[in-house]
Design a protein around this ligand. Structure first.
Ligand SMILES: [Zn+2]
Length: 238
C-alpha cells in the first residue's frame, strides 16, 4: 500500500477530523481560574443586587416614616399655637393640651420605629460598599483571565483552520462517494469512521475479523473493506 494512496489520504482525513473534534472540545474547556473568577463575580453581583433591593425597601420605609413624623410635628406645632391663642380659655387649653400630648406620643413612637430602620440602612450600605470593593478588586484579574482565554480559543481556531485547509485538499482528491460514506459512518460511530486492524481484530468493536477481510484490508484498495460487525472502514497500518 502506497503512503500517498487514496486510502492513506482518507485515513489522514480521519486523523484531522479527530484532531478537530479534540480542538472543539478543548475550546469549551475553560480554565478553573477563569471559571472561579466568573462564578465569584456572578455571586458578588447577585448578592449586591439582593442588598440593593433590600436597601431600597428600607429607605422607602424611612422616607415614608420621616414624612409622617414631620406632618405630626407640624400638627403639634399648630396645636401649640392654637393653645397660645386661647390662653384664657381653660377648656380649649385643655383640649389642645391632650392633643399636643397625643401627637407627641405618636411622634415618639415614630422615632422609635425609625431607629432600627436607620441601623439596618447603615448595615446594608456598609455591606453594599464591601461587595462593590470586592467586585472592583476582582475585575482586573477577571479581565486578564478573559483576555488569556480569548487568546487560547483563538490559537485553537488558528490551529483548526490549517487542519481544515489540509482536509479540504485531501478530500478534493478522493472519491466523493467514499468520503460521504466515511462521514456517515463517522457520525454514526462516535466520530471514528476508520478502524485499525490489530492482532486480527477490529479496534472499533473488538470483533475477530475473518482472514479474507484482513487480506482485503491489507491490499488497501478503494472503496475500503468494512468491518462485518460495526460497519467501519478497516485499515491495517503494518
Ligand atoms: Zn468493527
Amino acid at each position: 500500500m502506497s503512503d500517498t494512496g487514496p486510502f492513506q489520504r482518507l485515513y489522514r482525513v480521519q486523523q484531522l477530523d479527530l484532531d478537530l473534534d479534540r480542538l472543539r472540545a478543548e475550546e469549551g474547556n475553560v480554565p478553573d481560574a477563569l471559571r472561579d473568577a466568573r462564578a465569584g463575580q456572578e455571586r458578588l453581583n447577585n448578592e449586591l443586587e439582593d442588598i440593593e433591593i433590600a436597601l431600597e425597601g428600607v429607605e422607602k420605609s424611612i422616607r415614608q416614616l420621616e414624612q409622617d413624623l414631620a406632618g405630626t410635628r407640624d400638627q403639634a406645632q399648630r396645636a401649640r399655637e392654637e393653645q397660645d391663642k386661647n390662653a384664657f380659655d381653660a377648656r380649649t387649653q385643655s383640649q389642645y393640651g391632650s392633643r399636643i400630648q397625643m401627637l407627641g406620643e405618636r411622634a415618639e413612637e415614630m422615632e422609635e420605629d425609625l431607629s432600627p430602620l436607620r441601623e439596618r440602612q447603615r448595615d446594608l450600605s456598609a455591606k453594599a460598599a464591601d461587595l462593590r470593593a470586592e467586585h472592583r478588586a476582582l475585575r482586573p484579574t477577571l479581565t486578564d483571565l478573559e483576555a488569556q482565554d480569548e487568546a487560547r480559543v483563538q490559537a485553537l481556531r488558528d490551529q483548526g483552520a490549517g487542519m481544515r485547509d489540509e482536509r479540504a485538499a485531501l478530500v478534493a482528491n478522493l472519491d466523493s462517494r467514499t468520503v460521504k460514506e466515511y462521514d456517515l459512518i463517522r457520525r454514526a460511530k462516535k466520530g471514528v469512521g476508520i478502524a485499525e486492524i490489530q492482532g486480527g481484530r477490529c479496534t472499533g468493536c473488538n470483533v475477530n475479523l475473518p482472514v479474507n477481510v484482513q487480506q482485503r484490508a491489507v491490499q488497501g484498495k478503494m472503496p475500503p473493506v468494512k468491518c462485518p460487525s460495526c460497519g467501519r472502514f478497516l485499515i491495517r497500518l503494518n
